[in-house]
Design a protein around this ligand. Structure first.
Ligand code: HEC
Length: 420
């Protein structure tokens, strides 16, 4: 079954990415790693962005005492590649801000934990990094937010809250970048800015009417297939401008749905997150659009633990892609996407082999990818709908098809592109 959902030219998203430098550093295994010389530099560059006071990580990993206390847990979550939360398989596509540990780094953390987390020479410990609270691309042309702080309960499931915001434009603008300032970094897990030209968000908010601004959705979606998006953010993400001459069209009247994925902290919290918009000051020749490469026709039988869904989408015109984002719900195990050229050669796009519903990242391509008309976008996804999947929302498992609810599934690869 071949299907393209809403793959037309619409206004769209900037580069989402996540944290810090590339990981190909150490080569020979370290025999007697110490905190001062080996562990601290690694935690400081890969972890403390999120694991420091007031940030989304559930505890601080700044300083020896904090790291020592969790040394075996650190070894375990890095070994399983749960942390850092970078899910794209190495060598399959190249992305900005890859935050992935090398085998040697993982082995070093393991040895350090097994040796009893030795400190080494405290005088050699690097200073904890400082993080700037400033907008990294300078003052935005427009800053949007909800009007009231959102109140989040202490415990329970994560919340996807959609704030419907009118940026109040009187003329069409082209957005070249967005940046996000979480109001309360302890609970803001990630943010995506969707576009809603036909006021669907407002209707959903009015229907839900739960006493707070916006509405809550399930499955990480916004309750409908949005026309486009302006990009997204997760901790560690660097705001990035689109290349000159390219922008996302934002027309007067189009609402922005600012979706905030909240992670509860154990205390009642509130948040007023701001999104900064940067507008093109030069003429824009090419509009950036979003391609929802979906296969809505599948059925995952109850109990199947490795169900494959595979779909192909013919590419009708030359285009250039800038980022990709795999999307599934709680049964997802893995997703792989590639371009098959007319001559049969394959170009890797992205491969997420240990899907984590909590970490739905946008992978920003290091080099924009030119795709010629006549190529095929190929996607393969696997799902675990067995009892053995601890995330399975249905017990006993039931047959699952496409839908918005967390108990439904999706087979969707989102990418952004320009024509030509
Ligand atoms: C982008 C933000 C981010 C980065 C970078 C990050 N973490 Fe985390 N970490 C989190 C969040 C959020 C959680 C809470 C669980 C979740 O959402 O997956 C977490 C949970 C953990 C846990 C607890 C896991 C559990 O099962 O309770 C450990 C241990 C941990 N991180 C260690 C690390 C280490 C070590 C690094 C660096 C190598 C790292 N993290 C990098 C955000 C981050």
């Amino acid at each position: 079954m071949r299907l393209i959902v809403a793959g037309s030219l619409l206004a769209l998203v900037t580069g989402l990415t996540i944290a810090t430098g590339s990981s190909r550093t150490q080569s020979a295994p370290v025999k007697n790693p110490t905190y001062a010389e080996h562990v601290a530099p690694l935690l400081n560059s890969r972890c403390v962005e999120c694991h420091r006071p007031g940030e989304v990580g559930p505890f601080s990993l700044v300083g020896y005492e904090n790291a020592k206390k969790r040394s075996s847990m650190i070894a375990a979550v890095t070994e399983s590649r749960q942390m850092p939360p970078w899910k794209a398989v190495e060598g399959y596509g190249e992305f900005h801000d890859e935050n992935r540990l090398s085998k040697e780094e993982i082995a070093m953390l393991d040895t350090w934990a097994k040796n009893g987390a030795p400190r080494g020479d405290a005088k050699k410990e690097p200073k904890a990094p400082e993080f700037s609270g400033e907008w990294s691309l300078g003052q935005p042309d427009k800053v949007i937010s909800a009007t009231q702080p959102f109140k989040l309960g202490a415990e329970g499931e994560d919340v996807y809250r959609n704030f419907v915001i009118d940026p109040g434009l009187t003329e069409t603008k082209y957005v070249t970048a967005i940046d996000v300032k979480p109001g309360n970094a302890k609970i803001v897990h990630h943010v995506i800015a969707f576009l809603d030209p036909s006021d669907q968000g407002q209707k959903l908010a009015a229907k839900q009417n739960d006493g707070q601004e916006g509405y809550t959705s399930s499955g990480g979606g916004v309750g409908f297939i949005p026309r486009g998006a302006l990009g997204g953010w997760a901790p560690g993400v660097r705001a990035r401008n689109l290349p000159d001459g390219i922008g996302y069209k934002l027309s007067p009247g189009t609402k922005i749905i600012m979706q905030v994925h909240y992670h509860k902290s154990g205390k009642e919290e509130s948040d007023l997150t701001r999104v900064g918009l940067y507008f093109a000051d030069k003429p824009v020749e090419k509009e950036c659009s979003i391609f929802w490469a979906a296969n809505p026709i599948f059925r995952i039988p109850a109990g199947a633990d490795n169900h494959r869904v595979r779909w192909d989408i013919p590419i009708p015109a030359d285009l250039t892609a800038y980022w990709v984002m795999p999307h599934m719900h709680l049964l997802g195990k893995s997703m792989k996407a590639w371009i098959k050229k007319k001559d049969g050669t394959e170009v890797p796009l992205v491969h997420v082999d240990a899907w984590d519903f909590n970490w739905q990242l946008v992978y920003s391509l290091q080099k924009p990818l030119k795709v010629q008309a006549g190529s095929t976008l190929c996607v393969e996804a696997f799902y675990d709908n067995s009892k053995g999947n601890p995330n399975n929302p249905s017990n006993p498992p039931k047959a699952v098809t496409w839908g918005e609810e967390t108990t439904d599934e999706m087979a969707l690869l989102v990418l952004n592109y320009t024509r030509g």
